[in-house]
Write a protein that binds this ligand. Structure first.
Ligand SMILES: CC(C)(COP(=O)(O)OP(=O)(O)OC[C@H]1O[C@@H](n2cnc3c(N)ncnc32)[C@H](O)[C@@H]1OP(=O)(O)O)[C@@H](O)C(=O)NCCC(=O)NCCS
Length: 187
């Protein structure tokens, strides 16, 4: 094992200004507000969003189903959990009763500062505006909860996500480094 440092941007959204325009959900998609019975569905969706992504190297728990369950339980059990900023996205397959969970976002807060945890959309559903919709609903939930500013962290190499956050009005305020243990083939 070796330690690798991942460069990450801390980005902030000022909720005292108006939110960016609410993105419309494409047909078939709906957002589910937080309900504790959805804890496992959030964890499983989080896993499918992140298992093959670079953030699963930064936070190995994201690449593991049990790790995602533990992470979700920790988020929800923290006194700082913000249910209003936590959403699950589902897609109803046309002509079928089955619904597929395809996106997740959670919020926590410390005083008047909120923090977005792991926004994710499963690979088959990306590029449709769903990530933007999850972010909008999470920010609107923080605002309803009286939060004035919200931050998130994004790995600097995750250029698509960085571009998305900037386009929506997040501003990069700081560079941070996250140490992570990584297994090397030959160390
Ligand atoms: C980042 C993410 C949530 C965006 O979701 P999305 O539903 O595709 O977002 P939207 O459709 O609203 O916006 C698409 C934008 O995201 C960018 N994007 C980032 N990663 C992408 C991907 N893998 N596929 C498609 N678009 C992606 C696109 O470049 C696009 O920006 P552009 O219009 O400037 O090109 C999604 O790609 C994802 O879950 N990625 C893996 C998990 C992750 O890295 N999450 C961020 C943690 S900080």
């Amino acid at each position: 094992m070796g330690v690798v440092y991942f460069k990450r941007f801390r980005m902030e959204y000022d909720l005292r200004k108006p939110l960016f325009p609410q993105p419309e959900l494409p047909p078939g998609y709906q957002l589910l507000a937080w309900d504790e019975r959805l804890l496992d569905a959030h964890a499983e969706t989080k896993y499918r969003c992140f298992r093959w992504e670079m953030d699963a190297n930064v936070f190995p728990c994201l690449g593991d189903m049990d790790g995602c369950r533990r992470l979700m339980a920790e988020i929800v059990l923290r006194g700082a959990f913000v249910p209003e900023a936590t959403w699950l996205l589902e897609y109803r397959v046309p002509g079928e009763r089955r619904a597929e969970r395809c996106g997740t976002i959670q919020g926590v807060a410390d005083g008047d500062t909120g923090s977005i945890q792991n926004v994710g959309v499963t690979p088959e559903h990306r590029g449709l505006g769903l990530g933007s919709a999850l972010l909008w609903h999470s920010l609107a939930g923080f605002k309803r909860a009286g939060i004035e500013r919200v931050h998130l962290e994004v790995t600097s190499d995750n250029t698509g996500a960085c571009r998305l956050y900037e386009r929506l009005g997040f501003q990069s305020t700081r560079v941070v480094y996250k140490a992570s243990e990584v297994a090397f083939a030959e160390w």
